[in-house]
Design a protein around this ligand. Structure first.
Ligand code: GAR
Length: 190
């Protein structure tokens, strides 16, 4: 049995964080035992911090406005001191640089069918587009925004007249389904 240590990085609500923690922490998957000893928030007012408290998950806050390189150095140092093998970005709204990407394998979830609708307004743009489908994607992190090899994608069909908030809830439900699957695929490649 190989133990793998995951850290989850977030900036806001933290629903993916909670879902991954509840479904994967301290659980066996084939040859792996998944441990999630650490979360990191880039915002000190993120609701996800409250979720971490309720889950009993240690949460560090690295909220500095520092230059990307210095920010990444802090991140790398915390991840290394916690012996993290795989980094999970779950609504983490910062772009990570080359040094980070050379040291860690990281996954990201994005609320669109990539490569469509990259960036921070993906959900709104996808909702407002005239496409009949929308979706979510999990990909390896590279130092380019919402790029990197795709691991898992899934779609929903749009419903005429659906409110943005109902659409958002369905996308979140889809994300909660595909992110654990994508993590298991990535574990097999570690
Ligand atoms: C998710 O919808 C995720 O796809 C998105 O942030 C949300 C976080 O939700 N990420 C991005 O847009 C990354 N470019 P959560 O905090 O409830 O997990």
């Amino acid at each position: 049995m190989k133990e793998v240590r995951l850290a989850i990085l977030f900036s806001g609500n933290g629903s993916n964080l909670e879902n991954i923690y509840k479904n994967m922490n301290d659980k066996n998957f084939d040859d792996f035992l998944v441990k999630i000893p650490l979360a990191i928030s880039s915002r000190k007012d993120a609701y996800g911090i409250e979720r971490c408290k309720n889950l009993g998950l240690k949460c560090e806050i690295i909220a500095s406005k520092e230059h990307k390189v210095d920010y990444d150095k802090k991140l790398i140092s915390i991840l290394e001191s916690n012996n993290i093998n795989l980094v999970i970005l779950a609504g983490f709204m910062r772009i990570l640089g080359k040094e980070f990407c050379s040291k860690f394998i990281a996954l990201n979830i994005h609320p669109s069918i990539l490569p469509l609708f990259k960036g921070a307004n993906a959900l709104k743009e996808s909702y407002q587009s005239d496409m009949k489908i929308a979706g979510a994607s999990v990909h390896y992190v590279s130092d380019e925004l919402d790029s990197g090899e795709l691991i898992e994608q899934d779609i929903i069909y749009k419903i005429e007249g659906e409110s943005f908030s109902d659409f958002e809830s369905r996308i979140h439900a889809l994300e909660h389904k595909i992110y654990p699957k994508a993590i298991l695929k990535a574990l097999c490649k570690l």
